[in-house]
Design a binder for this molecule. Structure first.
Ligand code: XBP
Ligand code: MG
Length: 253
């Protein structure tokens, strides 16, 4: 019998739909400010999401779509400068127009806290982006709900490498099979599974058609009592929303 000790949450696409209308828009505003012709359409951004991490994504874009970009004497420093600008814009956006959390996220986090199930975050995004989302969309003190916010460059390699999940496990002094990761992307599940953590997927805008082999459940979202979830893969019995009891049962199947 495995005891569920903790839930480890991904951020982008899992807690909220941050990519298309927030990260992407912030990147484009930065590119416009610097008078770059790098506008990222909704479709192109979907392709670029194959690369996790904003700086890594810009680098990939330059290599693939602007190979002859001559003005970049020092692409590395320039990308860092652009990324700082984008992060500032993104954080202002989350402050001025808070995003709505995905169905069931707040409810499940609150239930976990009430039942003594520990909470952590494992994400590739920049730490301050997580803080802003939690404070403005969840609760002013929500950062303190999580024992660790493992984010960005705190680990050596970004998802799909297991490093960020391993870092979170280490910080919380947990074994992989005592936890469940909640993710929305193939890069996310690859990372969690490489760290040995059973993974539940809630598909998001951009990830619906990705391969989630090995997921313990694939759902459209976590569901709410008045908004039933749809199961895309796996078995939830009679449940219409994800709660701690269902997760405990899933861990022991
Ligand atoms: C998603 C990402 C991030 C964001 C952008 O992370 O890959 O790079 O798109 O954030 P996750 P930054 O799903 O693991 O939360 O620009 O700060 O990298
Ligand atoms: Mg994600």
């Amino acid at each position: 019998m495995k005891e569920l000790q903790a839930l480890l949450f991904d951020v982008d696409g899992t807690l909220a739909e941050t990519e298309r209308d927030a990260h992407r828009v912030a990147f484009n505003e930065t590119f416009a400010e610097y008078k770059l012709d790098w506008n990222w359409s909704i479709k192109l951004y979907g392709k670029l999401l194959a690369v996790t991490g904003g700086k890594e994504r810009m680098k990939f874009f330059l290599d693939k779509y602007r190979p002859g970009y001559k003005q970049l004497n020092d692409a590395h420093d320039f990308i860092i400068e652009l990324h700082k600008n984008k992060t500032k814009r993104y954080n202002n956006m989350l402050r001025d127009n808070p995003l709505v959390l995905r169905p069931g996220v707040r409810r499940l986090l609150e239930e976990a806290r009430n039942e003594g199930v520990r909470l952590g975050i494992a994400t590739t995004t920049t730490p301050e982006n997580v803080t802003s989302l939690l404070e403005h969309s969840l609760a002013p003190d929500a950062v303190s709900w999580f024992e660790v916010i493992a984010a960005g460059s705190m680990a050596k390699a970004k998802k799909p490498a297991p490093d960020i999940y391993n870092y979170a496990l280490q910080q919380m002094n947990l074994q992989a099979d005592q936890c469940i990761a909640i993710e929305d992307s193939q890069n996310g599940i690859r990372s969690a599974q490489a760290a040995g953590i059973p993974t539940l997927i809630t598909v998001s805008n951009y990830t619906r058609n990705e391969d989630f082999s090995g997921a313990m459940l694939v759902l459209d979202n976590l569901g709410e009592p008045n908004q039933p979830l749809t199961v895309l893969k796996g078995d939830v019995g009679d449940a219409t929303y994800v709660n701690i009891n269902l997760l405990k049962n899933c861990l022991n199947r």
